[in-house]
Design a protein around this ligand. Sequence first.
Ligand code: PLP
Length: 283
Amino acid sequence: MTVLALLDGTIVDHTAPLLRVDDLAVQRGDGVFETIMVVDGRPRELGPHLERLARSAALLDMPPPDLAAWERCAQVVLDAWRGGREMALKLVYSRGVEGEGRPTAFAMGLPVGPETIRKRNEGLSVITLERGYAADLQERAPWLLLGAKTLSYAVNMAALRHAERNDAQEVIFTATDGTVLEGPTSTVVIAQGRTLRTPPPSSGILPGTTQGALFRAAEAAGWNTKVEPLRIEELWDTDGLWLVSSVRLITRVHTLDGKTLPDDEQRAALHREITELFESQYV
Ligand code: PLP
């Protein structure tokens, strides 16, 4: 089951041709996107996702997205969905055809893949990989579009294939100064006692909507939260390590760079607690 709607709310056949070959999304990956989790017809963190779409578009000097139109378009997809309880809602906003100055914009509803569900249930073996830039580069080099969720995910996907060739399923990117960045499609979160920590967006990573929602719920439940640089060595000394993102949710890391992380009843209980905290916001 796939639902495809144009920004004006027209539903179109997702198997029929839609994009021109000279669309800059096709030619250069020049555009931005968002992927939103929908459960029982309710989108999660829609506001933060739309805000991030607007921020990404601004970083690419694209016309500001009409957020009210995107909300209406998202609703069209939600109303037409006849699939399971969960849906991944993808918003795609490309620069459009060169010279025309008119972005291409559409929303898609897609089922959550079996691989994602397996990772959620079984946890992850993760390797750390160098991303090749300094954690303070974002401000000095805005043309690198660090912190924008662009359609150019070829590097991110290559990193995941590299992980698979090394018997892992996921990646944590690291900066040249030995700090932790993010996963190719996820945010890194650790627990140390009753404190949750995640690296700062100022290091050139995406501000995660899932991490934001988790920290909001955790603070309300009395946890401390810190958004601050995290050194690679610190990943080894945690009470919990997760990769979090909208559709994968809160996924536990059980193996890091080929070494199994401690696994006992206390850690299993912590994982349940964190997952329940996160989910409790959406019941
Ligand atoms: N970082 C990157 C590079 C991502 O692609 C994503 C999501 O796809 C995230 C972090 C997590 O963001 P969110 O929690 O908003 O899905």
